[in-house]
Design a protein around this ligand. Structure first.
Ligand SMILES: [Zn+2]
Length: 212
């Protein structure tokens, strides 16, 4: 059955959103069609406002309505501990751990040769610059435990280790310790879906990164 063009267009644009399959996009489309005019107006307004106001922080890359973001501006944070994550959603997940008070760096994804995502496509150069200039003594690599996350962690560990030897004689005698959350993150697991308790345990028991 051929569906009206305007409906097809709506379904197609909804499908560009993450995790939205054919069934879900149709359900969403019908929900939108049933919206009263007033609700539709608010819906569009909220989308536009968020899109206009939110931006990636120029320091850490986390999406916020100001740059530097609220986390980077927070003077109560421990600037010696920097947590590297793939996406802004992961910052939200880690920030639910009450006893983590460090700072963040958002890579904007993970290395993936298959999808053609290389180091230059991620916020890696800016991370290394921060590590060189800021008084960081521990980097927590809190990346997803899938192949891309592992590859990225390994790649970053090599870079940070090299930088660490360079700065050891330079005001940070201990260099930069590289750690990762303890086991407890299921293999292939995505950080943003971890419950608070699992994440909290994984962070509490974090261990030195094992380079191979
Ligand atoms: Zn920030």
């Amino acid at each position: 059955m051929k569906r009206p063009e305007s409906f097809e267009k709506l379904v197609a644009i909804l499908r560009t959103l993450p995790s939205v399959g054919p069934k879900m996009s149709e359900r969403m489309a019908y929900r939108i069609l049933r919206m009263p005019e007033e609700e539709m107006k608010v819906f569009i307004q909220v989308l536009q406002e968020a899109h206009r106001q939110m931006r990636p922080c120029q320091v850490c890359g986390h999406w916020d309505d100001s740059s530097p973001c609220g986390i980077c501006r927070d003077s109560g944070r421990d600037r010696a501990v920097l947590c590297v994550v793939e996406n802004s959603q992961d910052v939200l997940a880690v920030s639910r751990i009450k006893d983590f008070r460090g700072i963040y760096h958002v890579l904007g994804g993970a290395l993936s040769p298959l999808e053609g995502i290389g180091p230059q496509d991620l916020q890696i150069a800016s991370l290394m610059k921060r590590l060189e200039e800021e008084p960081v003594t521990e980097v927590i690599l809190a990346l997803n435990s899938d192949i891309e996350g592992e590859t990225t962690a390994q790649y970053l560990a090599d870079l940070i280790e090299a930088l660490s030897s360079k700065i050891r004689g330079n005001g940070r005698p201990g260099g930069i310790k590289i750690t990762r959350p303890a086991q407890g993150l299921p293999a292939g697991g995505e950080l943003e879906y971890m419950d608070e308790l699992t994440l909290s345990r994984a962070f509490g028991g974090r261990r030195e990164f094992d380079r191979n």
